[in-house]
Design a protein around this ligand. Sequence first.
Ligand SMILES: Nc1nc2c(ncn2[C@@H]2O[C@H](COP(=O)(O)OP(=O)(O)OP(=O)(O)O)[C@@H](O)[C@H]2O)c(=O)[nH]1
Ligand SMILES: [Mg+2]
Length: 289
Amino acid sequence: MKKVKVLIVGKSNVGKSSLINYFCNKHTALVSNKLHSTRISTSHIIDYNNVHIEFIDTPGASINDSNLLSKAMKSNASKYMTNADIIILLTQPQEKYDYEIKIKNQIIECNKKYILCVNKIDLDSSGQYKDDLFISLGVNEASFVSVKESIGIDSLYTLIKDKIISEGIEGTDELTNERNNINIIQELIRESMINHTNKELPYETAVHISYYRVKSKSDVIKADIIVSKDNHKKIIIGKKGAMIKNIGIEARELIELYLGKKIHLSLYVVVRDNWKNNPTVLKDIGYIE
Ligand SMILES: Nc1nc2c(ncn2[C@@H]2O[C@H](COP(=O)(O)OP(=O)(O)OP(=O)(O)O)[C@@H](O)[C@H]2O)c(=O)[nH]1
Ligand SMILES: [Mg+2]
């Protein structure tokens, strides 16, 4: 099956994962109002008139941390740029576009063209940000959308399809990456955890699928929630296991919607000291190769 790769890049929290869920008409990418939600790139495929479009979500990295995890997140989007057929640089109404200039330069270094798209236009009806955006990026046009209000996305989709046709993009014939499924499931469990825990805790945790068996009626999935401190383990388990139970219920619902079938999900909380700097743990989770 030939697929056209559409890579979505941009600062954290601009709505990259939200846009992908909208295109796919399905909740398969982690969405949250917290910064640095997405940790790993995932592919989401849709079919349109026999054209298979693979939307690739990326972590929006503008992190200052210098641990191994942050480095992996920062390099994630650029790793996929060279193979992308189309790149969407997603941004939002804001005062400065310094981060977008950096991404644009990265795209140009890879010898690629991009579609500039501004999401969250529902938050700024004045449009005053447009001059700064155009001057900063040296362009004179962009797509303006609001995923939340369903504005402009059909036009963006048409733009993508027109580009596929006008540039004669045929797509590539690649085997579906088995790892992608695992990555999406890990991210959905993280989404449930983000929804149930407060403050910084989601940043201190990771999810590793330790066991996955496909069965005819319901798949069996076991996942470790990795934390670095005993007191984080206590918080995630909660009083009489209430917290982990609720995380599990929501995660199961999200995964069942994604897979379109029933699953049996078991969650375990595991303490791994300084896991963000542990190459073995990061490799197991798929954050580094
Ligand atoms: N007001 C408004 N909020 C939006 C819109 N689209 C997405 N959001 C919200 O913006 C927040 C961030 O959305 P995400 O899709 O997780 O952002 P992201 O770019 O994937 O972020 P990272 O994964 O951290 O890089 C969520 O709370 C969304 O509900 C929009 O059009 N308008
Ligand atoms: Mg995201």
